[in-house]
Design a binder for this molecule. Sequence first.
Ligand SMILES: NC(=O)c1ccc[n+]([C@@H]2O[C@H](COP(=O)([O-])OP(=O)(O)OC[C@H]3O[C@@H](n4cnc5c(N)ncnc54)[C@H](O)[C@@H]3O)[C@@H](O)[C@H]2O)c1
Length: 365
Amino acid sequence: MFANAYQGKKVFITGHTGFKGSWLAAWLLQLGAKVCGFAHDIPTTPANFTALNLKEHIQDVTGDIRDRAALLKALQAFQPDVVFHLAAQAIVRKSYADPVETFESNMLGTLNVLEAIRQTPSVQTAIIITSDKCYRNDEWVYGYRETDHLGGHDPYSASKGCAELIAHSYCQSFFQTGPACCTVRAGNVIGGGDWAQDRIVPDCARAWAAKEPVVLRNPQATRPWQHVLEPLSGYLWLGAKLLTAPDNQRLRGQAYNFGPRAEVCATVREVVEGLALHWPNFQFTMEHKDPKEQAECTLLKLCCDKALAHLNWQATLNFEETLRYTAEWYHCFYSQLAPVMLDFTLGQIAAYVTCATQRGQVWTA
Ligand SMILES: NC(=O)c1ccc[n+]([C@@H]2O[C@H](COP(=O)([O-])OP(=O)(O)OC[C@H]3O[C@@H](n4cnc5c(N)ncnc54)[C@H](O)[C@@H]3O)[C@@H](O)[C@H]2O)c1
């Protein structure tokens, strides 16, 4: 899998205690990598990081990416081959409440990560994770391409656009040789182990665990949902290709979208109803607000043709599978099976790889 690129490699992940970072750490462990994580907190309780007991399996450094010296020290102490940068203030609503922290973490934090990479010659490959929200939302119905305008009205989106500009400046100015660096843009990721605020699946998990009704703020909002393993398979495949010549020359400095297949677009209501189908014995209620009060919500879709053309990557799961994987994870967690969550999670990764193999995804070789 991934051309065996991660076996024995040292991989540094910022934001390893978060939703996506903890899944990435678990997958890299399964691939035989030695993992070091750097994050300033465990952002939620519960958290995937604690549910999987990852602290026992990886090197866990507590630190803030706004602290350039601490970050550089951690990177130079570990001497990684590969860096995945995921640490960010990742919640749009929080970015309105604290724009300064959001810009400092997402913009200056990214600058600090890039600068630390520049000063750490062991790094061969770096993947900078931003967001689909880095694009200026022109309210198009078709997917955004990597060449489209960056932008973003809210502080979170703007900070991710800034992170893109900084990363590409470093790619052009410093990483034409040395570390092969790319940025990656994905959005609306779901899966087990997410308890972040203001996301529909964690809202459901919390409410259902407490046997309380789920309040849908915007049931008709349509989003391109994807399971967390989908963009991670893209990040890992891109990282694997950047580790090997001649791909690292061809791909270095590029930006890539990693989104679901075009048909995996559904309303919030369809997501909740679909999740409930896979949650045995669960009773739920949906409380809708008056639709007239709901702000018009625009769809932001990604065009993933470039990832298909350059990497032969495309998403694997359909909508039903995406929801089933997600619901089964939470069901396992809330069924008092928490002690086995690492095994269960590695089992889901294995099942996903089997499915991807059957569907001919090249990264499975
Ligand atoms: N989850 C999604 O749907 C989604 C969609 C698009 C993009 N992203 C991006 O993917 C990345 C990971 O998202 P997530 O959902 O796992 O987020 P998360 O909120 O679950 O985790 C964030 C991680 O970053 C760390 N962090 C935040 N600020 C930090 C700082 N100043 N110093 C050190 N560590 C810090 C946290 O401790 C945590 O480990 C982020 O860059 C996010 O913007 C996520």
